[in-house]
Structure formats: C-alpha cells, structure tokens
Design a protein around this ligand. Sequence first.
Ligand code: SF4
Length: 325
Amino acid sequence: MLSLSVKEAIYAWYQKNGRHDLPWRQTTDAYKIYLSEIMLQQTQVKTVLERFYFPFLERFPTLQSVAEAPLDDVLKMWEGLGYYTRARNLHHTALTCNGILPKNPEELGGLKGIGKSTAHAICSFAYHQALPILDANVKRVLCRYFALNVKDEKVLWEKAWKLLHVKHPYEHNQAMMDIGALVCTPKNPNCLECPLNFTCKGKDTPENYPQSLKKAKVPIKRRFALVALKEGKLGLIQRKERLLHGLWGFVQVDECPENAEILGKVTHTYSHFKLELEVVKCDLHVKVDDYFTPEQIATLALSTVDKKILQLPAMMGNVTPATPK
Ligand code: SF4
C-alpha cells in the first residue's frame, strides 16, 4: 500500500502550484468540463483557451443547444481546431442524451467519443467522484513514478487507482495533469520540483520510462486540388470521407487533368500522413456539389487545407474570397 504522504504531497502541490484559473476548473457544469476535455484531447491548452473554448460556448451555451443545432453549425465553430471527429461525436452525443449528460461513468463511457478516462474526468471534476484519470500526461507520470517500461493500459489503470487520493479526487486528478504538463515533461523533467520525487522509482533515468517506440515515418500523399469556376463562383463539395466528413472543400484527385493551370501548392500534416496538394485551375467539367460566392464560402465550415488554398496569391486573380477567420 502506498503511503499517504505521496498523495498528500500531490494534494499540497496542487493547492500551491495548480492552474486553478483555467475556466473549466471554475465550473461544475458537466457540459463545459466535457467540452474542455474533448477540445484538449488533441490540442494545447493555450490554443483552446485563446481561440476556441469561449466562442464555442457563446454559440452553444448548453449541450441542449448543441443538440438543437445542425451538424454544419457545430463543424463551423470547430473550424481550425482539427480532428473533426470530435465535433461530430459531440453532436451525436448531444442528440443521444437529449442534451443532458448522464452522471455515472459507465453510461458516460458508452457515449460516442467519450472514453473511460474522459468519463472519469467529467465525473471527478463535475461531481467529485473518486475516480482516477489516465490521459497522456498522467500515463507518463505513472510510468516514471512506478518505473514501468511499457504503457500497458491494464497496469496503468491499476497504478492510477493505487495513487488516487480518494478524499480529494478532483484536486488529485487536476494535479496529475498539471504535473505531467509542467513538471514531469517529456523532455527534461524537473524532478527537484516534483511532489512525487521522494518515492519516485524512475527519477534517476526518467527518460527511460516508458521506453519510446521508434516513430514510423509519416507517409506523404501527393494529390491535386481542382479549382472550378463558374460565373465568379467557386465549385466545392461537402466531404463524405471519414477524415473531414461534413466539411466543405475543393475536389481532390490523384491525377492531374490535362491542360490544367497550376495555381500553387499547399501542404498539411495530419496525424498519420502529410498531404501535398498541387492546386490547379480546371476548366473541364468537375463534379461539385454547388458553386459559392466568396461571401457564402466564409459561412461554410472548411478544413485548414482548403483555407490555405483560398489564401494562395494566384486565387486572387480568379476570385477574391473574403478572408476566412
Ligand atoms: S520525480 Fe521526476 S520522474 Fe518522477 S514523477 Fe516527478 S518529475 Fe517525473
């Protein structure tokens, strides 16, 4: 059994050093906490805080308001944040639970896009339920503290339960996230300032835990984006494929059409591949869903790569799109 002192040390560290001013830590509204958890899954705190969390809440102050809105509106507010599956799952969840999140972790964890750790985070932060969390930062801290070479989910959950301060689950979980983000960082962890220091098994060689798997080289996809014009309007499609489902953008093809005029090149890196797009003006018939004026395009949800296309200097000679936000 772990001594209480490490749990108390984590608790005391949080009182003094925790990021108490984060807005999702100043509310007990489960929806706002859920939203922050989802946004923070793939995005840094600074970006979420400065550009997305508040505008989203202004447009959708409750989960009910998300349920009542069309998916297109939710995607529009998610525009630029990336990993759009998160927005689609949020909308799906809002509809599934009629705008009211369940309060128990099993039911929450059964909703689309809410994993076990997110379910525990919502219950622990909104209702102070004694449940541990296991996000990427917490996993790293646990691996180092218990000197675990491999990130085995089952073992990590056992360790997370073992370390949990059941009297103060809210503070404990927030502290573990902050320690992972601020102290036990991937590179150069600051062990001297760490509340787990005295009993940490990995502190002599923290970089060894967990052992890093060699990252596979990101494959490059080379494609062509077709700019189709009709009476000064741009032809776009609403994407059906999983990656950017529901977002509007330019038609993409693998082969360059004959006699196409090259307008420029854009690149974008996704989690599992890098996309290099040659942007070409295509006078041949291109099958699009509709043609839009620049003003209409500004109201659509577009992916980052399609926004990059709109901002190419050569596009200005064809249409003059309103500068996307
Ligand atoms: S003592 Fe060092 S290695 Fe151990 S948890 Fe703290 S920062 Fe990480």
